[in-house]
Design a protein around this ligand. Structure first.
Ligand SMILES: *Cc1c(COP(=O)(O)O)cnc(C)c1O
Length: 221
């Protein structure tokens, strides 16, 4: 009925091997995730911490769980024992909280700083200047239980290819420039169902794809 495996296969042949596919399963039932898992998918993204915890508890333990949504600091503790990558970090305060919770579990949690690349006003994220301030700060050195491994960006919801391209390349250029620094970021998370091919063409090496795999979501999140 769902065609999840078919959708995954179709997407996988269009993305290069160096690009990680994060299957965004938010709002979708455990049976859908199991179906994707049985088709070989191991990396899943959720945007609500509580929902991700429930799914983590119910599903195979070799799944890599990514938190892609906006973070509420007070909920970080619920996922600190298992989350593999947090995409949407957009403040130093959140980094500090992730560090504190990771430390309790004797882990180092990988984080992406979310850059504000969209021209629309509604999107979360840091300016490039804010990111520079965070990664070059003295305080960051004290956070031994987090590792900033790259950046995440969400483009404007538009069909305008030129605008999308401008937004993607702005972050890709920033990412490239940071290769010369001690940070040496490895992950650039950009691209969703509607724009992932353009994002990859412009330097993305991690795409977050939901509806093109699992179908349209039943409610807005
Ligand atoms: C929902 C979501 C996605 C996936 O969106 P689709 O258009 O369904 O592929 C990607 N990234 C983030 C941050 C999301 O919240």
């Amino acid at each position: 009925m769902t065609g999840i495996k078919e959708n995954l296969d179709k997407i996988k042949i269009t993305i290069p091997e160096n690009v990680t596919l994060v299957a965004v399963s938010k709002t979708k039932p455990i049976t859908d995730i199991q179906e994707a898992y049985d088709a070989g998918q191991r990396v899943f993204g959720e945007n609500k911490i509580q929902e991700m915890v429930t799914k983590f508890d119910a599903l195979p333990k070799d799944i890599e769980w990514h938190m892609i949504g906006h973070l509420q600091s007070n909920k970080v503790k619920y996922m600190a024992h298992f989350v593999d990558l947090i995409h949407g970090v957009d403040s130093f305060k959140t980094l500090k909280e992730i560090n504190k919770q990771a430390k309790k579990h004797n882990r180092v949690i990988n984080c992406l700083l979310q850059a504000r690349i969209a021209k629309e006003e509604t999107k979360f994220g840091l300016s490039f200047l804010d990111i520079d301030t965070i990664i070059s700060s003295e305080e960051i050195l004290a956070l031994q239980n987090i590792k900033i491994v790259g950046f995440m960006g969400m483009a404007t919801f538009t069909d305008n290819q030129t605008q999308l391209q401008d937004e993607f390349t702005s972050l890709a250029d920033f990412f490239k420039n940071k290769q010369e620094t001690a940070l040496k970021p490895t992950i650039l998370s950009m691209g969703m169902s509607g724009d992932y091919q353009l994002a990859i063409k412009n330097g993305s090496n991690m795409v977050r794809i939901g509806s093109a795999i699992f179908g349209v979501r039943n409610y807005i999140v």
